[in-house]
Design a protein around this ligand. Structure first.
Ligand code: SAM
Length: 192
């Protein structure tokens, strides 16, 4: 399907694309009851190498095309990691209920941080699923970011660049202070 640069990818298009791919036998529908509160979305992103983080292999996730505000960009299924075994992965884990750690599969653990993120995320604790949604219209090739929490609690120097206006209020509106931070932040709070 041809799109102009200004067109945004919407949920309806995602469903149409999924239906089209089913016709050629590439995809099967996933009922929402199978995955908790959200079905797996059409893939709107790609992983890229980024120079601004310090990992041995430094990656980020970016939009393959423009994405409309409100579109579910990713639904990451998670593996629960016992408290005593998470240390090697600590900068990649989300904090679940009762302090348990969640390893997000797919690209859920590869989103970099921004204090002006273009994705909200919400943890469905009952189904061990994290759902990521566009917080605003996102341009093609823009990096997809989430907010790990307040700057004072980050364990690295924040090198992200972002142009989102009015973002600070959005960050907290969608984050559950007890459960949504990545593990590093909770360690920073002295909860080791
Ligand atoms: C959940 S991982 C994100 C994926 C990571 N970039 C990779 O390639 O594996 C979190 C790590 O990415 C790096 N990172 C994430 N956001 C960053 C930012 N805004 N500035 C600098 N480093 C960042 C930090 O080293 C952090 O420990």
């Amino acid at each position: 399907m041809l799109r102009t640069r200004l067109d945004c990818f919407s949920g309806a298009e995602a469903r149409a694309d999924a239906a089209a791919s089913m016709e050629i036998g590439e995809a099967k529908p996933i009922r929402s009851s199978e995955v908790g509160s959200a079905a797996t979305p059409h893939c709107l992103y790609e992983v890229f190498s980024t120079p601004y983080t310090d990992e041995e292999v430094a990656r980020g996730v970016r939009a393959k095309q423009s994405i409309c505000k409100g579109v579910v960009v990713e639904v990451a299924h998670c593996i629960r990691i016992p408290k005593q075994e998470y240390s090697v992965l600590e900068h990649y884990l989300y904090v679940g209920r009762n302090g348990c750690m969640l390893m997000a599969l797919g690209v859920g653990s590869l989103f970099n941080h921004s204090k002006q993120p273009n994705l909200y995320f919400a943890i469905d604790h009952d189904h061990l699923v994290i759902r990521y949604e566009a917080a605003r219209n996102i341009a093609a090739h823009e990096e997809l970011t989430i907010c790990y929490g307040s700057e004072s609690k980050l364990w690295f120097e924040d090198r992200s660049v972002n142009t989102l206006q009015n973002s600070s209020s959005m960050v907290h509106e969608y984050m559950d202070d007890e459960t949504s931070f990545l593990a590093g932040l909770q360690l920073d709070n002295g909860n080791e």
